[in-house]
Design a protein around this ligand. Structure first.
Ligand code: NAD
Length: 368
């Protein structure tokens, strides 16, 4: 199999889909690896490391997309990339098709096999290629929130950990899943006073067993949200209703009850955000203020810590890249239903039902 690793072209994206060690393992198994020059640079993996691993560096994206039988990348293909996808080529990356009809139609027309990280499952029904990015975004949410709480950044001028004689900052986390748990761990470690609002009582029991004493869980309803909004210095939006748009748990009218200079980090912005006033921002221009409340709504938070994110992502994806290279997409989908769940489009056929519903397109289950 010829495996191609392009340089990401999305704005502010520094991750790469394969590390040099991944290239080495593919080459050892008899495959060829083409890496676009500079693809690993943003994550601290220069061309020389890929060459030492046995990969071939190619200068242009065109050459790479033309020669590779399988593409391994990070972000959903951008318009310039969609045009280069070839019939029968396997593209293994995040797609988030439900959010982008043009991308869906483009991939169908290309007749490629689009294997999406975000729908690959494990035996517990979880999404193992999404989890590492949620862990990173959760930890980062408090790091970013702490930064924008600083007065020169437009925040309230609050140190989350406090000092002796001064109370710590108050952190409110909406949703106690992967993002929320990681956010709570960091905030609690800094010494903040943390409340997680959840609707899943079993999850709250679990959190109670391992969270430190400065983290409390409270049932999430409109009243508890309102009460805690006026208490919070930092709010982290981390709710998810699988397959659906995030619910707006904080309305514009709620903002007046918040402290001036408080910060909202809406991590759920990739699902539309759980705050009515949230709109997607970029690492280059990450915040804006509404009614005195600072909003941070970056859609690809892990991209800013590209080295950690590339390592975490490729730890999860590499075993699948190796299996795909060994068996090819058809045999692997037959053998393994968890990989079959990743295939969203197969040679012009849309094989993911929620995506078909989202865009009112025809759906056909994957024939395995
Ligand atoms: N912006 C980014 O860069 C980025 C990166 C990674 C993940 N995300 C997003 O972060 C969000 C959270 O992801 P996750 O992996 O933690 O999901 P998760 O499924 O692990 O957790 C979501 C939690 O929200 C809870 N919940 C649902 N409705 C609620 C409500 N009304 N009030 C309180 N809690 C409620 C659920 O019970 C669940 O525990 C997702 O939208 C995900 O796509 C964004």
């Amino acid at each position: 199999m010829i495996v191609g690793v392009p340089t990401e072209v999305k704005l502010d994206e520094y991750r790469v889909g394969l590390r040099p060690v991944g290239a080495e393992m593919l080459v050892q198994r008899g495959h060829s690896v083409l890496v676009q020059s500079g693809a690993g640079e943003g994550s601290g993996f220069p061309n020389e490391m890929y060459e030492a691993a046995g990969a071939k560096i190619v200068d242009s994206a065109e050459e790479l997309w033309q020669k590779a039988e399988m593409i391994v990348k990070v972000k959903e293909p951008q318009a310039t990339e969609v045009r280069q996808i070839r019939e029968d080529q396997t593209v293994f990356t995040y797609f988030h098709f439900a959010a982008d009809k043009d991308l869906t139609v483009g991939c169908l027309e290309s007749k490629c096999i689009a294997a999406a990280y975000e729908t690959l499952t494990d035996r517990h029904g979880r999404l193992p290629l999404l989890t590492p990015m949620s862990e990173i975004a959760g930890k980062l949410s408090v790091q970013e929130g702490a930064k924008y709480l600083e007065r020169p950044q437009g925040g309230r001028g609050v140190l989350l950990g406090g000092v002796p004689g001064v109370e710590p900052g108050h952190v409110l986390i909406l949703g106690g899943g992967v993002v929320g748990t990681c956010a709570a761990t960091v905030a609690a470690g800094m010494g903040a006073d943390v409340v997680i609002l959840e609707v899943n009582i079993d999850r709250m029991r679990e959190l109670g067993e391992f969270m430190p004493p400065n983290v409390r869980t409270i049932y999430s309803d409109p009243q508890s949200i309102r009460e805690h909004l006026s208490w919070a210095d930092l709010v982290v939006g981390a709710v998810l209703i699988p397959g659906a748009k995030a619910p707006h748990l904080i309305s514009r009218a709620d903002l007046v009850h918040m402290k001036p200079g408080a910060v909202i980090v809406d991590v759920a912005i990739d699902q539309g955000g759980c705050v009515e006033t949230a709109r997607v921002t970029t690492h280059s221009d990450p915040i804006y203020t509404v009614d005195g409340v600072v909003h941070y709504c970056v859609g690809n938070m892990p991209g800013s810590v590209a080295r950690t994110s590339t390592q975490a992502l490729t730890n999860a994806t590499l075993p699948w890249v190796l299996k795909l290279a060994e068996h090819g997409p058809d045999a692997l989908a037959k053998k393994d239903p968890h990989f079959a769940a990743a295939i969203n489009t197969n040679r012009g056929v849309l094989t993911n039902q929620p995506v078909a519903q989202a865009h009112n397109l025809d759906f056909e289950p994957l024939a395995v």
